[in-house]
Design a protein around this ligand. Structure first.
Ligand code: MN
Length: 711
């Protein structure tokens, strides 16, 4: 058997092998002694001459961690795991070696703890959430992993002051406060929780800690230490009432005092309950009798009585809590519980687990279920904070980059979200994704723990379709920003064509500063803004021309859509007419007139829907006029609806085709857009229906165009 009888001189002060083994045998005579011995020697050799920040041999750390766990009376495998917990991470030892020497069960536990340790190397922003996830994953494997990790963290906190870098100390302390202490609380390990909080608080708020500690000290000096006196009085009261009880008292620890001060916005002087007493009795019945005696003797503070015996906390905690007014301005908090409840309150599930029959695999699953439930739900107000934290992580998933970088995302996130989480550029250029090595659509929902690789192309830009695929604010904002940008560029290109056209229609050459003046008049920032505004028809042609060349918007500009060139047969000369806005007839269309009482004649295309509607009404209400285009009728505005593919430049292609057919765009409106297409209504000025039909055919032939309809 492996044995190291004499500790080398550099290991002075470290718990010796036989001491550790004896401790375990004391509470578990069946413990596997050989396993513990092998672990001790293996760890000693593996860590060799490594040193901790304190200058102590590194080996002292895992042994101390194991020592902490013997206080919890944990089984031999857990103790062995504690001894070995840093060997894979920090030494040349391999998981295979551990498995070969210590068996699969210990190997699995060590691997679990190693995994938890790896995350401590993560970047700050990812660490907290990541820790929690790993915890949850690890715990669903085996709660002993968590117990070892908590003991590991507790020992690291105890030796935190040896770490030289203040930022590192702070980071560790904050992590302890945010993640480990609440976790210890969650599984009912209040003793761990309190010590972690005290140590972390000391690090994070050194001044607050100092001042509270000093105040407590001053208070003790001024009034003498009242705790023994109060405890004695309490014990006497209970004894006279026939309840045999162990009474102990303590000052609340500085962190809980500080938190109370912060929560209630009160000063230390106003804080009246800084002492807490614990009454431990033999039976549940005696708990209630003790409570009765206490409440008869001192007035209880309303709202502070809690019966966690009849209604235990989710983590299994049971006790009676009350606060009484012991003397003027002195409130004391009293917890009443049985011995068994006490053990569980201090060491939570661990105690339960250690005191009950040794829990084997079959029992363990129910423990895990309990634990998951505890982590899942919190129903008492004081757990709200932690619950919120938990809930926050419950709907998160974690995914890795191929390099192992971790990103947390909301549930339902897709590779688009992931890409934007990594880098905006990566998001913008994403063309595809691989999840766990397999090519998947960008709309695939990422699962917890997936490895996601984004395939990128420099030519890619965000697609409108992505708006329906991404769910994170960051991705959505970036996609919208990019779409706005490319839409603007497209509008600017279209606007330029319209602008050139418009300038040609001006009565004179444009002066040098004309554009600058026009921008000022139209209150636009720059030329691009003008072009976009023109494309979007925010101004009429006349307004733009007037701005460019004041006085020009007179008679000779702006070929009116209904030019005088239109002549229509069948109308009484001089009668006013309008080409209907619903069907936009152009020369060549079969037309019909509709007489409106005060509005002259409306000229409709014969198949216009308005006419169909009117036909259903009584004849008296309608007054039809049979019309035909006059000879040489030329020029009218037709309205077409164009559905283009949702790709950059498609609108530009449309305007080019329209121009190439000798037609003018008069107005353009974006109607609908979805992932694949956007639909625009475009008013085009054409000579006649033949030209319009050629134009429509030309548009339909274009790849960028999906559909064209005359409205
Ligand atoms: Mn460690």
């Amino acid at each position: 058997m492996l044995q190291s009888n004499a500790a080398p001189p550099h290991l002075q002060g470290v718990l010796r092998q036989y001491e550790l083994v004896d401790r375990v045998l004391e509470y578990d005579p069946q413990a596997n002694e050989a396993l513990l011995n092998r672990a001790y020697v293996f760890s000693l050799h593996a860590h060799g001459s490594q040193k901790r920040a304190s200058g102590d041999p590194y080996f002292s750390h895992p042994i101390e961690v194991a020592g902490i766990l013997t206080d919890l009376r944990l089984d031999d495998e857990t103790i062995a795991t504690a001894i070995l917990h840093d060997t894979v991470e920090d030494t040349v030892a391999t998981p295979e070696e551990i498995e070969r020497i210590f068996g699969p069960s210990v190997a699995r536990l060590v691997e679990g703890v190693t995994k938890l340790s790896k995350i401590e190397a993560q970047t700050e922003s990812e660490r907290a959430a990541e820790n929690l996830r790993k915890f949850l994953l690890a715990m669903s494997d085996d709660i002993r992993v968590l117990l070892v990790k908590l003991a590991d963290r507790l020992h690291n906190m105890r030796t935190l002051h040896h770490i030289a870098k203040p930022e590192k100390r702070r980071r560790i302390a904050k992590e302890t406060m945010d993640i480990y202490a609440p976790l210890a609380e969650r599984i009912g390990m209040y003793e761990f929780m309190r010590e972690m909080q005290t140590l972390a608080f000391q690090q994070l708020e050194p001044e607050a800690y100092e001042s509270i500690a000093r105040r407590l000290e001053q208070l003790g000096e001024a009034g003498g230490n009242r705790i023994p006196a109060i405890a004695e009085g309490l014990a006497g009261l209970l004894a006279r009432g026939g309840v045999e009880a162990e009474v102990s008292g303590r000052e609340k620890h500085p962190y809980s005092i500080w938190r109370k001060m912060a929560e209630r916005h009160i000063s230390f002087e106003q804080l009246s309950d800084i002492m807490a007493f614990r009454v431990v009795v033999d039976s549940e019945e005696e708990c209630y009798r003790a409570l009765g005696l206490i409440h008869r003797r001192w007035p209880s503070v309303p709202g502070r009585f809690k019966d966690y015996i009849s209604t235990p906390k989710r983590n299994g905690y049971r006790s009676l809590h009350t606060t009484v007014i012991h003397a003027e301005n002195t409130r004391v908090e009293i917890q009443v519980r049985t011995r068994e409840m006490h053990a569980q309150a201090e060491f939570g599930l661990a105690a339960h687990w250690a005191y009950k029959d040794r829990v084997r695999a079959d029992h363990q699953s129910s423990w895990i279920r309990d634990l998951v439930e505890i982590l899942d739900t919190a129903d008492s107000p004081e757990e709200l904070l932690e619950h919120t934290r938990m809930a926050m992580y419950a709907d998160r998933i974690f995914a890795f980059t191929p390099k192992g970088e971790l990103h947390q995302l909301p549930k339902g996130a897709t590779p688009i979200d992931f890409a934007y989480a990594v880098h905006t550029d990566l998001g913008d250029q994403a063309v595809g994704a691989k999840i766990n090595g397999r090519v998947v659509p960008l709309s695939t929902v990422i699962e917890n723990g997936d490895q996601v690789q984004i395939l990128r192309s420099a030519g890619q830009t965000p697609q409108r379709a992505w708006l329906g695929v991404a769910i994170t604010g960051k991705a959505l904002a970036a996609i919208r920003r990019s779409l706005r940008h490319s839409e603007r560029a497209e509008h600017a290109a279209l606007g330029r064509k319209l602008y050139v056209d418009l300038v040609e229609r001006l009565p004179a050459q444009l002066g040098q500063d004309a554009l600058a003046h026009a921008l000022k008049r139209l209150k636009l920032a720059d030329e691009e803004a003008l072009l976009v505004a023109i494309a979007r028809r925010q101004f009429t042609d006349a307004q733009v021309m007037e701005a460019l060349m004041p006085g020009s918007a007179g008679a000779d500009i702006a070929p009116a859509p209904q030019a005088s060139a239109i002549s229509i047969k069948g109308l009484t000369p001089g009668v006013a007419f309008d080409l209907a806005g619903c069907c936009h007839p152009v020369p060549g269309d079969r037309i019909v007139g509709l007489r409106r009482p005060d509005a002259g004649i409306e000229v409709h295309a014969i198949d216009c829907g308005v006419l169909t509607d009117l036909a259903d009404r009584s004849a008296a209400e309608t007054d039809w006029v049979d019309l035909a285009w006059g000879d040489g009728a030329d020029g009218a505005v037709a309205r077409i609806q164009v559905q283009v593919k949702n790709v950059p430049g498609s609108l530009g292609i449309v305007s080019t085709i329209i121009g190439a057919h000798g037609a003018n765009i008069i107005a353009l409106r974006l109607d609908t857009r979805d992932a694949r297409f956007h639909t625009n209504t475009i008013d085009v000025e054409v000579h006649d229906v033949q030209q319009l039909m050629r134009l429509i055919a030309g548009l339909r032939a274009a790849d960028a165009v999906n559909a064209v309809e005359r409205v």
